[in-house]
Design a protein around this ligand. Structure first.
Ligand code: NAI
Ligand code: 15L
Length: 577
């Protein structure tokens, strides 16, 4: 098909979900196709640049969505809940949301919509089947059901009001396929953009359903009914084959190997979230209404029956005593991000390096620099950290401006308490290192990257004699589970508990990477968990209190909570340096 020399161009295109993973990519790649790109999301967005309008909007707010679609020529609908979540959340964002969007299109005379549908409308079909757009739907989740409803709304608004839609059943659109399943479902950002161009500018699409995939070698989808779009993918997952196949293969009966929708078929069921949304959550006890900007790094001290944690922007070390519920804080000269016990003080990952800290009368912390960190860029600090089972201290660095998404973070290991050291990275290329934890025998190390563009947890073989991680492999792809993978702890059974930041959940994964259970906290941003209390049978969770947003649905944000995980944890080693 011949393409015009100069790109097709509309006057104003509305992009919902502009703060999301794909929204951020499309904000750049769609620039040539509209004089003005109107960007909308519930989450914060970067300020408008030339040729942009930034309009915050909750899709559940009918009047706001109506205003959003004014003076718009076409809508790219990417906003909504993008993973399996409790039905009520999906109801507001995806089901009410798409209804509001089409009503707004009708009232404002918008004639073209592109709907980011999903492979999860057909996710319960087996990977041995080949489906075209007329194949029966088999949604694999509440999420898949909502996308299926979205496609029906699109069909109805074409039949009834002549609003044309291309529903793209997107496979897995990420920088690279993360696992074997995604070798078939992967859609590169370049191909997504090309498909959107076709979906916006092909005349007479009625309601077309197209599978969003690149030119992958083994595919399950046949786009014969969307041939009129002239979509010709340029990329293929085959270039990632070696790196994907280097990962251990999941068992043949694992959902990710059987069903087109992969792990979604086994997600949930979720507890009734009406109770979740109203704090306090049953079973989650608020122990300190700390209102910390970024509460992090809870560590239990059995000898004192006390929990310690930090508030990163507040530069404080905090202690809660179980016997009287008292809360005490000490202030440091730099932001403190992570802690491990060291003698009767602490070793802590901070901004410029790793320090020994000692609480002093008067609420100050005496600090001694043990090791300087030669950060790759200005504006970096240390983040998550803990000791391995032998007492070596591990911590990771990150750029404080997370919006940049720069993979300049690295992991460092401190072996000795000798002041004046300078450490070299042990692992680099991370955006926001997190989730550092060790198996009960110390021979597996876990590390996550909680940045929205990554959302993965890796496992490593760990040489307990030398403190060297090797054989890195994907442990959990949190893109398939609610929340970004933040801080973690391992329990006595070797299961990995990790905070699902932005999802208000703490997940327990078995050592083979299966989701075992998810516990709710009454805040959206739990950061890190730690076992403590009698018999180490309490799971303490720290959290973030976001600035500048309405917190009426999470008034306890920034608090520290105690949950009953139903299992015992392990004592965390002190720094032995
Ligand atoms: P994402 O979760 O990163 O982005 C979704 C955005 O929607 C977020 O920024 C979120 O704040 C916003 N949002 C959620 N509820 C909202 C509400 N009530 N009002 C306004 N905005 C709201 O997801 P991603 O990966 O960027 O996906 C974008 C769209 O594409 C989603 O609709 C997703 O279901 C769909 N999709 C994505 C796939 C992928 O591989 N990335 C695969 C299949 C479908
Ligand atoms: C989706 O629909 C999700 O939005 C995305 O996060 C991935 O999980 C993708 O499907 C997939 O199936 O890989």
């Amino acid at each position: 098909m011949t393409r015009p020399e100069t790109p097709n161009r509309l006057d104003r295109i509305l992009l919902t979900g502009a703060a999301g993973g794909l929204g951020k990519v499309l904000r750049q790649s769609l620039r040539p196709y509209a004089r003005i790109l109107r960007l909308s999301d519930l989450a914060p967005m970067d300020p408008a640049g030339p040729g942009e309008e930034v309009v915050p909007c909750d899709l559940a707010d009918r009047d706001a969505v109506d205003a959003l679609a004014r003076d718009v020529d076409a809508i790219l609908h990417f906003g909504g809940v993008s993973v399996e979540r409790p039905f009520e959340e999906i109801l507001d964002a995806n089901i009410r949301g798409i209804f509001h969007l089409y009503e707004a299109a009708r009232r404002n005379g918008v004639k073209r919509v592109v709907f980011a549908s999903s492979n999860h409308v057909i996710g319960f079909h087996k990977q041995t089947e080949t489906l075209d757009a007329h194949a029966p739907r088999r949604p694999d989740s509440y999420y898949g059901l909502s996308k299926s409803y979205g496609e029906d709304v699109a069909s109805f608004y074409f039949d009834r009001y002549g609003i044309e839609t291309v529903s793209i059943r997107i496979g897995s659109s990420f920088p690279a396929p993360a696992n074997r399943r995604m070798m078939s479902t992967w859609l590169s950002y370049r191909d997504l953009t090309a498909l959107l161009e076709r979906a916006l500018f092909t005349p007479g699409v009625g309601h077309t359903v197209v599978y969003g995939m690149s030119d992958n070698d083994v595919v399950w989808w046949d786009n014969r009914h969307a041939a009129h779009l002239g979509y010709a993918p340029q990329d293929s997952s085959r270039v990632f084959r070696d790196q994907v196949e280097a990962q251990p293969a999941p068992p043949a009966d694992d959902p990710s190997m059987v069903y087109q929708g992969g792990a979604f078929v086994a997600a949930g069921p979720f507890e009734a979230p009406a109770a979740r949304a109203r704090p306090p959550v049953a079973g989650a006890e608020l122990i300190v209404d700390a209102r910390h900007g970024v509460g992090e790094s809870p560590v239990w001290q059995a000898a004192e029956q006390a929990l310690y944690w930090v508030d990163i922007p507040g530069r404080t070390l905090n202690r809660w005593r179980a016997e009287d519920g008292s809360h005490t804080a000490w202030t440091a000269g730099e932001q403190i991000a992570c802690l491990a016990r060291h003698g009767d003080g602490w070793v802590a990952g901070m901004e410029s390096g790793i320090f020994a800290l000692r609480p002093e009368a008067g609420g100050q912390l005496a600090q001694t620099l043990l090791a300087r960190i030669p950060h790759a860029l200005a504006g970096m600090r240390l983040n998550d950290g803990r000791c391995d089972r032998q007492g070596r201290f591990w911590t990771g660095s990150m750029l404080m401006d997370m919006a940049q998404g720069a993979p300049v973070g690295a992991l460092y290991r401190l072996d000795s308490a000798q002041p004046g050291q300078t450490l070299s990275p042990r692992l680099d290329g991370l955006v926001v290192p997190n989730g550092i934890a060790f198996s009960p025998d110390g021979r597996t190390m876990y590390v996550s990257d909680s940045h929205a563009s990554v959302r993965r947890v890796w496992a490593f073989d760990y040489d307990t004699r030398t403190g060297t991680p090797s054989n890195r492999r994907l442990f959990i792809d949190m893109n398939s589970f609610p929340g970004r993978p933040d801080g973690a702890a391992v329990d006595a059974h070797g299961c990995y508990w990790i905070c699902g930041n932005d999802a208000g959940l703490v997940h327990r994964f078995t050592p083979d990477g299966r989701l075992d259970r998810s516990l709710a906290v009454p805040v959206k941003k739990p950061t890190m968990c730690a076992f403590g209390g009698p018999g180490l049978r309490t799971l303490f969770v720290a959290s973030i209190r976001p600035q500048g947003i309405d917190l009426s649905d999470q008034p306890l944000a920034g608090g520290v909570f105690a949950l009953n995980p139903g299992v015992a944890g392990l004592a965390e080693p002190a720094f032995r340096g």
